[in-house]
Design a protein around this ligand. Structure first.
Ligand SMILES: Nc1nc2c(c(=O)[nH]1)N[C@H]1C(S)=C(S)[C@@H](COP(=O)(O)OP(=O)(O)OC[C@H]3O[C@@H](n4cnc5c(N)ncnc54)[C@H](O)[C@@H]3O)O[C@H]1N2
Ligand code: MOO
Ligand SMILES: [Mg+2]
Length: 404
């Protein structure tokens, strides 16, 4: 299929058509933060599992206080982590500690701050009490057997907490693909090296690797010179080892932009090459019959960065069965963009006192100006069918940093 120069929405639908299938693995709970849950989490017992004392103090029968009793003999002490006690005489009290199981026969807890304790007697210094106060009742939060977390959820510390509480020392999670990120180009030198005048450091791949790490995907870095034979040899070996391939550079019209040809020679089927967008127009995407997916991103640093957030992120979300939640923000400044392309424009994200979010577009010096990314927080998606964008209009925004 020759679907050259396709619109943004078409690129997304092709990516969705070729979404990945991620297997399931078991992982120690300590290593699950950020992973995608592949099982439902059920309450193995009531939450809380027993009537739990929530204040250190004494527990009494409320009716005795209502009948005018203020001073109680202390019968026993209920500590957290000890089996349930029973009040023997309804005119007495039991000292109770936070986290202890409420003793049998009592119903109301009064904290130490509201008591005077002398000679093994507690006197309540209050005129009124609430019946059953300071008790967290069995099952009030969640009943045994309830589904607490649905599979598919990205695990935050809240879910890790719950998993631990229901006795899961390990969890079934989605195994993320094995990824390799290639820089391509004879001008690129390793980060530790001092470049000659005509050289630059291979920075793109570090940014992409870091982004993937934030998304729970580990990636290895490789470099390819602008040499067709070498590219063919290296990629054909690594095609056996990795699931997802990300290339930066070598996909445009230059004499040494061999990558599209190399990939097709290696039987990777092209699904699209070039999108009606700026930046990132020459983005190439394909896959082979073994299900290996190839994202060949344009080399310009802002272009590859944009494609990672606009397309690779989308593809990962679809592969994980997650619906993308799109942030909408108010444009802060007027923008003009005449080409008939979707425009991914760098912008800062700000919160307003009225509870809305705004984005100030900060146009850099083109897709080579990756220093501009340090000044901004994400990309506005300015649609293709317009050329004037006015302050206070609302547009989608894709953040690349967590601001707050
Ligand atoms: N005749 C045309 N020329 C170009 C077109 C076009 O349509 N017709 N498109 C331009 C656009 S848009 C882009 S984007 C670039 C994409 O080019 P390539 O994907 O072939 O990338 P390269 O040529 O290899 O490199 C472009 C640029 O980016 C720098 N680069 C590459 N990799 C890295 C890296 N890992 N770290 C930092 N910088 C990197 C590279 O040195 C180049 O300066 O093509 C335009 N040309
Ligand atoms: O897509 Mo290129 O990224 O416009 O420079
Ligand atoms: Mg090129």
């Amino acid at each position: 299929m020759e679907n050259t120069f396709i619109p943004y929405e078409k690129a997304l639908s092709i990516l969705e058509e070729h979404k990945g299938e991620f297997p399931i693995e078991s992982r120690n709970l300590e290593d699950c933060i950020g992973a995608y849950l592949a099982e439902d989490l059920l309450a193995d017992r009531d939450f809380p599992p027993f009537d739990r004392v929530t204040m250190d103090g004494i527990a009494i029968v409320y009716g005795t206080f209502e009948n005018g009793k203020r001073t109680f003999n202390i019968e026993s002490v209920a500590a957290a982590g000890t089996p349930q006690l029973t009040l023997k005489d309804t005119q007495n009290c039991i000292e109770v500690m936070t986290g202890a199981i409420m003793p049998n026969g009592v119903d109301t807890v009064i904290r130490y701050e509201d008591l005077t304790i002398e000679n093994n007697q507690a006197t309540i210094n209050l005129d009124s009490l609430n019946h059953k106060q300071n008790v967290h009742f069995k099952g009030i939060d969640i009943a045994q057997g309830t589904k607490i977390v649905n599979q598919g959820k990205k695990l935050s510390s809240a879910e890790i907490n719950i998993a631990a509480a229901v006795g899961k020392a390990s969890l079934l999670v989605k195994k993320m693909p094995k990824v390799v990120i290639f820089s391509t180009g004879d001008e690129l030198v390793p980060v530790h090296q001092t470049p000659k005048l005509h050289q630059i450091r291979r920075s793109n791949i570090y940014g992409i690797q870091a982004t993937l790490k934030e998304w729970g995907v580990l990636a290895k870095l490789e470099h390819l010179a602008d040499n067709k034979e070498e590219m063919l040899a290296t990629i054909s070996v690594l095609l056996k080892e990795y699931d997802l391939f990300i290339f930066t550079g070598g996909v445009s019209k230059g004499k040494f932009d061999y990558l599209p040809d190399v990939l097709e020679e290696l039987k990777v089927k092209k699904h699209f090459h070039k999108i009606q967008q700026r930046p990132g127009k020459p983005f190439w995407f394909g896959s082979n019959t073994e299900g290996k997916k190839i994202f060949a991103l344009p080399g310009n640093p802002v272009s590859s960065f944009v494609c990672v957030y606009m397309y690779l992120q989308f593809w990962l979300q679809k592969s994980l069965g997650i619906e993308q939640e799109v942030l909408h923000v108010k444009l802060k400044n007027d923008v003009e963009f005449k080409p008939d392309l979707v425009y991914f424009l760098e912008a800062t994200l700000e919160s307003n006192p009225d509870g809305t979010l705004s984005a100030e577009a900060i146009k850099g010096n083109g897709s080579g100006d990756f220093a501009n990314l340090v000044k901004t927080d994400g990309f506005l998606i300015l649609p293709q069918n317009k050329s004037q964008f006015f302050a206070n209009e609302v547009y989608p925004f894709v953040p690349y940093r967590t601001k707050w």
